[in-house]
Write a protein that binds this ligand. Structure first.
Ligand SMILES: [Cu+2]
Length: 310
């Protein structure tokens, strides 16, 4: 009897401690000091910036509707978006123009998080911002009236690296003004992760076709071929790149020819003279190659600005 009673007590204690470990105790911050211009703070680090409950933005005859949202923030919400570390429980909210929006921001982490929006008119909202900020686990509530225009506002946490690691969202007012990239679960990333071979490279810009301007000579097929060849050489980033293969081929074909030429021209000379003769021969050869390549470039592109004047 005594044993089973202690087992029940231990079980209850264990369950209670497990529950308290899972659910952080959220402290509500609702005794903030008003510092004027919609800026409110408390001694525990709670902050509201841009609070506006009654001033109508230009173009709003009245508050169109009162909307209350609850936003949860924390590491826990990053799990729904692989590759992120922080997150909001939702990443997009839609409201009508002139809505009075009240946001209850619940930070479930033991660090500081923000619900910060940008792009508001500066005549009403200092620095064009509205923001809620709190060190968790805690919650804070703020209100603003949204302008009359259709616009998409960026919402994020501005703590170092929190936005980059997933704490990013958008608030769409009316029809909005497009979407921001890399909003987790909403829009495609601006730079997609690529863990494949050669994946750790910045993406190459897409090739843009260049149309001939009016009155300009149309691009010749030869010039196009030259462009394609250049692009192909530039594009090959592997070990056996185009330029490496061309260089090896030129070496294999040209080397025996070069040795025979040196032997013929510089035969029977003293070592010093033979060296001088060889150098002269190499210089002449190099100049000849430059002239041939220059001529080719001139023929292919119709331009001669790359060439030194003779
Ligand atoms: Cu944060």
């Amino acid at each position: 009897m005594k044993n089973s009673l202690s087992a029940i007590v231990f079980g209850l204690f264990f369950a209670a401690s497990a529950m308290s470990a899972e659910e952080p105790k959220i402290v509500e911050h609702n005794q903030l000091m008003d510092h004027g211009d919609g800026h409110l703070m408390d001694m525990e680090g709670g902050m509201i910036m841009g609070q506006n409950k009654d001033k109508l933005p230009a173009g709003c005859d009245k508050v169109s509707e009162d909307v209350k949202i609850e936003v949860r923030a924390g590491h826990k919400y990053s799990k729904q978006h692989p590759g992120t570390m922080f997150g909001f429980d939702k990443n997009e909210w839609r409201v009508k123009p002139c809505t009075r929006l009240t946001i209850t921001f619940i930070n479930e982490d033991n660090v500081r998080h923000q619900w910060m929006m940008h792009g508001l008119p500066k005549f009403m909202y200092d620095k064009g911002m509205f923001h809620l900020e709190i060190t968790g686990p805690a919650k804070i509530t703020g209100t603003l009236i949204l302008p009359a225009e259709d616009k998409t506002y960026l919402v994020h946490c501005d703590e170092a690296q929190h936005m980059e690691k997933g704490m990013k969202a958008q608030l769409v007012v009316g029809k909005g003004s497009g979407s921001f990239p890399s909003i987790p679960g909403v829009t495609d990333p601006a730079i997609p992760d690529n863990y494949g071979p050669g994946g750790n490279q910045p993406p190459k810009p897409a090739a843009v076709p260049v149309a001939a301007k009016p009155g300009e000579k149309p691009t010749t097929p030869a010039a196009s071929a030259a462009n394609v060849a250049t692009a192909a050489v530039e594009d090959s980033s592997g070990f056996f790149s185009g330029s490496l293969i061309i260089g090896l081929l030129a070496g294999f074909v040209g080397a025996p020819f070069l040795f025979r030429l040196i032997e013929e021209r510089c035969k029977g000379m003293t070592t010093a003279d033979a060296l001088k003769c060889t150098l002269q021969l190499l210089t002449d050869l190099f100049n000849a190659i430059v002239r041939v390549v220059s001529w080719l470039v001139r023929r292919l592109t119709g331009k001669d600005k790359l060439l030194p004047k003779d």
